[in-house]
Design a protein. Sequence first.
Length: 202
Amino acid sequence: MKRLAPVLALACGWAVPTVALAEPLPVPSVDFSLKAKVQQGAVMDMAHSGSRVRVHISGGKMPSPVLGIIDMQRGKMLMMLPDIPKTAVEAELPPAYRTALPRGEGTPAGQDQVAGNDCTVWKIDKSQDIDTPAFACITPDGIPLRTEVENKGKRHLVYEATALTRGPQNPSLFALPPGTKVMKVPASASGLMQGLGKFLNN
């Protein structure tokens, strides 16, 4: 009888409940720059071009500004600190850094507007970047404007854009200053890179 129920429902014109299937989260299809607020009262300036992302985080409880250049395809980040002049530290990109550019699968869960831009709220069902239930508001051209993570049934804002400008970005933004040396950090010493992640994911 259970097997016949769907058939009978269709034959009688009854409504059959449907389950939304997860889809790949939209990814940026345009270059852009934005300003956003993140955790601990800090401010993020981001520039995005292709698979390259430049982030500058300052203010709040940050002891000093941090500049990072991210290669999303390689999952690598070059981080420059004022205390280490002419040196960039390269390491695997910690998942916490990706709350501003979440990847994975999700289902649409409504519409909203952030920084004057319309966006679709996605419930993130599967992601290698975020290990807790999360929601991201993403524009039709793939720009994430807000990310919230869920903890004990409550949503916590970890990233929200306050201003957005679409357009080509200067290639020099994604290049290291001349004379900068790159120091690679092994996975065993990745704790050096985790500190900034707390400002994006706590």
